[in-house]
Design a protein around this ligand. Structure first.
Ligand SMILES: [Zn+2]
Length: 428
């Protein structure tokens, strides 16, 4: 079964398992990962300083820079010959952060994915269309192998070729859609435009690779007639499978037998108590090729350890508000694109596609929101445009205390994304 007993294990027992695996990881790093050992020693930490999981707070964080400094294989803890798979982050600039997997890491990964899928209600009877890109990005191959491992029939479409995606979705009778939320939204709009919702058998979507708001999920659900679930992972930490929603959708269950999660204040690095919003820091507990200590994900979320209505005892993380990297600081105000998105998507007459443009005009930062109208004829009504603009401006002022410029543009004029969306253009 893909809901193993470990997912409903009592928290004390789970903690004992984490403790055991953490100490094993700790020793593995000291014995086999010289670069990571070097990072610890440079921070004044010695092997004997850690004798239990509680000592983790003494340790320095690992971040993306450690990957860059030790590119490509420096952080690894096994010889190259034991690695059977490599993946990399989809960073748009510079070198990717490389992830590595031994045969044992691959076995764990498949299992983690199968758990996420099972939690979202996927069964062997399903046919899953994987519309994640296949390649260095962990999404495509990750979901593919986990689904196959469960015995689910996989249709590996990769991303792009929307017309073909829709044809195959309909002809093959796909019941599960796997993609980024932005691509799911794009596909779902195409389904609506073609009026083929009634011919599809889709019932559930598993969306990951980037964060999304509940409003965006609702729109995808409406267009496709499905239940949309979120899942989470990072290449540096294996890939998808770190956490995923069950059908109650009250947070993503973290596979705590394989990942130890902390929330920190991104400014001070201080560990925050349960329920507080901060940056997610993860220590994988069972990795051979790439053990890491306290990896800073840059994702802003919060945790709850309350047992879920589904019976799972593993901690749940809230949908990520955004990456601390995506956070814009405009005239001293912290702005996450997701906060703007949640306003836009509730607004009548406008679609879910938008672009945020930040500029500096005579030492003043300005934020312009370009957003598409659903119906282009609205552009001819000045009073209507004015009303929509004022509405959006007012709501954003309420939430963020920030005055923004709103530009309404014709349908289909804002760029669509097949993979992860890029919704911010910072021209400062
Ligand atoms: Zn649950």
């Amino acid at each position: 079964m893909w809901q193993p007993d470990i997912e409903t294990m009592g928290r004390e027992k789970l903690r004992a398992l984490q403790e055991e695996r953490f100490l094993k990881t700790w020793n593995h790093i000291w014995d086999n990962a010289p670069a990571q050992r070097g990072i610890l020693q440079a921070a004044g930490v010695e092997r004997g300083d850690v004798t239990s999981l509680a000592d983790i707070a003494k340790l320095p964080f690992t971040d993306k820079k450690a990957f860059a400094d030790n590119y490509p294989f420096g952080l690894f803890a096994v010889p190259r010959e034991k690695i059977i798979r490599l993946h990399g982050t989809s960073g748009t600039t510079g070198k990717p952060a490389m992830g590595a997997y031994t045969a044992s890491d691959m076995a764990v990964w498949k299992d983690l994915i199968a758990r996420v899928c099972a939690a979202a209600g996927v069964t062997k009877q399903d046919l899953a269309q994987v519309s994640f890109g296949y390649g260095l990005f962990t999404g495509g191959f990750g979901l593919h192998q986990g689904l196959e491992h469960m015995g689910v029939c996989v249709l590996p479409m990769s991303s792009g070729q929307t017309e073909k995606q829709l044809m195959m979705m309909r002809d093959m009778g796909a019941t599960v859609l796997i993609s980024t939320p932005s691509y799911a939204l794009y596909l779902s709009e195409a389904v609506r435009e073609h009026g083929i919702k009634g011919e599809l058998k889709l019932r559930v979507g598993l969306f990951g690779g980037e964060g999304h708001t509940s409003e965006m999920a609702a729109q995808i659900e409406e267009n496709l007639g499905i239940t949309a679930t979120s899942n989470y992972g990072l290449c540096e930490l294996t890939g998808p499978g770190v956490s995923g929603e069950c059908l109650y959708r009250e947070g993503m269950h973290i596979a705590e037998d394989h990942f130890y999660a902390e929330i920190i204040d991104p400014e001070t690095g201080k560990v925050l108590p349960e329920g507080e919003m901060g940056e997610l820091v993860v220590t994988p507990l069972s990795r051979e090729a790439l053990p890491l200590l306290r990896y800073r994900t840059k994702d802003i979320t919060r945790l709850t350890y309350e047992t879920c209505r589904c019976g799972r005892t593993h901690a749940r993380m809230a949908p990520t508000l955004g990456r601390s990297d995506d956070m814009l600081i405009i005239r001293g105000v912290n702005v996450f694109p997701s906060q703007i998105e949640s306003v836009l998507i509730r607004q009548e007459h406008i679609g879910p596609h938008y672009m945020l443009v930040v500029r500096r005009e005579s030492a003043m930062d300005t934020l312009e929101i370009q957003v598409e109208l659903i119906d282009g004829s609205v552009l001819e009504s000045y009073s209507m445009l004015e009303r929509i603009r004022n509405n959006i401006q007012g709501k954003i002022k309420d939430i963020l205390g920030l005055t923004v410029k709103v530009t309404l543009v014709a349908p289909q004029t804002i760029e669509r994304f097949m993979g992860k969306a890029r919704r911010v253009r910072d021209e400062r």
